[in-house]
Design a binder for this molecule. Sequence first.
Ligand code: 5AD
Length: 377
Amino acid sequence: MSGTSFLLEKPMELLDRLEAGKRLTEQEFEELLAGWEANGLGTGSLGIPQWQAEFSEALRAKADRVRRREYGNAVYIRGLIECSNYCKNDCYYCGIRRSNRNAQRYRLTEKEILSCCQEGYELGFRTFVLQGGEDGYFTDERVTELARMIKSRWPECALTLSIGEKSREAYEAYFQAGVDRYLLRHETADGCHYRHLHPAEMSMENRMRCLWDLKEIGFQTGAGMMVGAPGQTISCLAKDLVFLQELRPEMVGIGPFLPHHDTPFAGEMAGSVELTLDLLAIVRLMLPKVLLPATTALGTAKADGRERGMRCGANVVMPNLSPSSVRSKYSLYDNKLASGSEAAEGLQMLKESMAAAGFQVVVDRGDCKGFGTGHGQ
Ligand code: 5AD
C-alpha cells in the first residue's frame, strides 16, 4: 500500500481480513474505530485524526463496492406501518416509553392496517413492516390473525413484524402464520450500557434470547443499535460488532441516537452521522449479503443522510405507510421525518433523489440473498 501512512496499515489489514470473511476480535473492532474515541464518538469539537478520516474514506469505498457486487444499485423499499404507540416498556431514550404522559397514544384498527397495505401495494411496495410499541392489545391471536389475512391477500409480499420481545411460542406462532421477517434491534451488546439505557425490569439476556429464537425458528432476522446513545463507548460498539458477527442477522438497523424532549435523555447530544456511516460500512463488509437500511434517523440527522448511507453500503429504505393522521404521534425522537421522500406517497421523490445519487428503487420483496446460519459459521 504505497502512499498509505503507517498508521493506516494495521486497520487496512483488518478490513481486508473482514472482507475475506475472517472474524475479528473485540479488540480488533476497537482498533477500526479508535480514531473516534478522542472526539467523543464524533460529537466533540476536536475533529477526528487525519488517519481516521482517510481510513473512513477507504472503508466506505470498499463497502460501496461490496454492496454493488452483491446487489448492484438496487434500493429495496419497505412500507413501514406504525400500528401502535402504546408501549409497556420504559426505555430511557424512546419517545413512546410508557412514562411519557405527553405522548398521544393511538392504535390502528385491523381495517386501517389492511388499507395501509393496499395503498402500499398499489404504490409498488412488496414488503410490509408492522412496527409498534409492546402493546398488550395486540395479543398473539390478534397478531397471527392479522398476519394470515395479509399473507392471504398479498401472497407475493413479504411480511415483517417489529413488535418487540415475545416468548418463543409466540414467535413460532407468528412464523406459522406466514410472517417472513422480524426486526428487533439488540440496542447494545454491553451489559453495563444496556442498564444505562433501560430500567431494571428489562434485560439484555432476554433480548438476546429473543434474537437467537427468531433466528432458530427461521425468520429473516434483524438486529442493530443506535450510534452515540448516552453512555456508549468504542468498547460498546466493538461488542455490538462481535455480537452481529456471531448472530449473522439477515438485516441490521443502525441509526444515530437522536434525543426526544420528553425523555430522561432530552438534554443529551445526538449521535454522529459520520460514525454511523462507518458502522454501516463495517457491517456491509462483515455481512456482505445483509439487508442494511439507510434509516429514518440517519435522514433526520442530515438532509442527505440516507443517500450517503446508500453510498456507504446500505441498500434498503423504509418509507412511512402509516395514515398521515398518526405519523407525528409515533415520535421516537424529535423531528422524526415522516413526510416528503420519507413518506410512501412521496415515493416518486425518493426515486428521484436515489436516482440522482446513482441508485434505482425496485419493486421486489428484496429477500436476503443467502442466509447466515448463526454462531459465526
Ligand atoms: N433515537 C434514535 N433511535 C431511536 N430508537 C428509539 N428511540 C430512539 C432515539 N431516541 C430506535 C431504537 C428502536 C427503533 C425502533 O428505534 O433502536 O429499536
